[in-house]
Ligand binder design. Structure first.
Ligand SMILES: Cc1cc2nc3c(=O)[nH]c(=O)nc-3n(C[C@H](O)[C@H](O)[C@H](O)COP(=O)(O)OP(=O)(O)OC[C@H]3O[C@@H](n4cnc5c(N)ncnc54)[C@H](O)[C@@H]3O)c2cc1C
Length: 393
């Protein structure tokens, strides 16, 4: 085991906060730097998978999040106009006692991790926009720099200034909103409707934010990156009519959207660095690997990265050996899931009729033949490749 390290974490998101809690528990001094002025519960919904919940249990905030989120037992999608079921993944295909997913508000996840990091004694410096890093220091926009640390962790997310940028965004992103829950939707499912792969709407329960009584739904609408400006300039009612035509049951959700500003456009990109080790930093979460959220894995992968890094730093007596071990613990799981996300995304978000036909006439029927339901459930749960088994203490 090494002497307790002085660690700088750039980025106060899922990866940064979870790494902070785990590293503090091992005796490290941890300072997190983020550009935000004060912590904010922002964004819409996210599915926490059983692998991610296992890491949150290790951190000590799994039950707090379960108390806020909504269990999701299946992912269910129908094409239109046929209304055929073309996506049907059930978590219990892995066994009656298999853990479900958990739909959560992104702000709820942030809050439980932020509280845990504060309670663990992590220092958090806000208003620090990270521009670069070298020789154990972070350099901030405006010309200031941090003290020198033994290790700098890059947890700045998909557009990290310390990582290699993705070449270009994926053609499709999505509009997202957190809206009041409505009982016309299944309370325990992520539901989607498709027109080929060109149009997609989705609704999932996400429970509530800390201190709020009202349960919410995440609503999303697939939109091409290049169509974003035209959408923002067009009549909102015309867009609502388009959504309603695809999925009439969304009416009570659409009624809560009063302006374009009630929706946030999320840009998706796909990029995997060949190694999490750069000359001056080690990457965790989206700064290492980012993809479309079609498989719902990014936050869960960020949690697994944080756990792997913490484990490697306790198991090895030398920093460079520990960083190599971290890469080894995560590499294959990340490659597998990045490849799966890359393969599945066009079946749900693309202009290609062929991908939609493949989804409806090949993938959907094959997915019902054993052992496909078990494999798909394991894939969605984040458990293919048994990422946690090599990390048992
Ligand atoms: C629309 C959408 C839906 C998703 N759905 C799911 C899902 O269902 N399940 C799932 O597991 N994952 C999902 N993801 C992916 C998931 O959100 C990410 O993988 C996860 O948030 C990555 O965590 P991170 O800590 O690496 O980055 P982030 O959570 O993005 O955190 C990065 C932090 O760095 C800060 N930062 C960035 N740049 C700077 C800078 N220059 N200086 C200082 N601070 C900076 C930011 O303020 C932020 O606090 C979804 C993503 C999107 C966009």
């Amino acid at each position: 085991m090494m002497k307790p390290l002085d660690i700088a974490i750039a980025g106060c998101g899922v990866a940064g906060l979870s790494a902070a809690v785990l590293l503090r528990a091992q005796g490290a001094r941890v300072v997190i730097f983020d550009q935000f002025e004060s912590p904010r519960p922002l964004g819409s919904g996210i599915i926490m998978q059983p692998v991610g919940m296992a890491v949150l249990d290790e951190i000590g905030c799994g039950d707090a999040l379960r108390g806020l989120g909504a269990p999701i037992t299946r992912l269910h999608g129908r094409n239109t106009p046929g209304q055929n079921v073309v996506l049907d993944v059930r978590y219990d295909a892995r066994g009656a006692n298999a853990e479900s997913g958990l739909g959560v508000h992104r702000g709820a996840l942030f809050q439980v991790l932020y509280d845990a990091a504060r309670a663990a004694g992590a220092e958090i410096e806000s208003g620090r926009s990270v521009a670069s890093a070298n020789d154990g220091r972070l350099h901030f926009t405006g010309g200031t720099q941090s003290a020198r640390f033994d290790l700098v962790i890059d947890a700045l997310g998909a557009r990290s200034s310390l990582s290699t940028p993705a070449e270009r965004p994926l053609p499709f992103g999505a509009l997202w909103a957190s809206l009041d829950w409505h009982e016309s939707f299944a309370p325990d499912a992520l539901e989607q409707r498709y027109l080929d792969a060109r149009k997609m709407a989705g609704v999932m329960p996400i429970g509530r934010l800390q201190g709020r009584a009202r349960n919410q739904a995440a609503f999303f609408w697939s939109l091409k990156h290049e169509a974003r400006d035209a959408w923002a300039a067009a009549d909102l009612d015309a867009w609502k009519a388009e959504v309603r035509a695809l999925w009439p049951a969304t009416e009570p959700l659409l009624a809560q959207i009063n302006s374009h500003d009630d929706l946030v456009f999320a840009v998706y990109s796909h990029r995997t660095l060949s190694s999490p080790l750069s000359r001056d930093v080690v990457h965790v979460g989206d700064s290492w690997h980012t993809t479309s959220p079609q498989l719902g894995q990014g936050a869960n992968m960020a949690l697994l990265d944080a756990l792997a890094l913490a484990r490697a730093l306790t198991w090895q007596s030398d920093l460079s050996a520990a960083l190599d071990e971290y890469a080894r613990l995560r590499l294959w799981h990340i490659r597998l899931y990045q490849a799966a996300s890359w393969m599945f995304t066009p079946a749900y978000q693309s202009d290609s009729k062929a991908f939609a036909l493949l989804r409806d006439w090949i993938m959907a029927p094959v997915s019902r033949i054993p052992p496909a339901p078990q494999i798909l459930a394991g894939l969605v749960a984040g458990q293919i490749g048994a990422p946690l088994s090599a990390m048992r203490d």
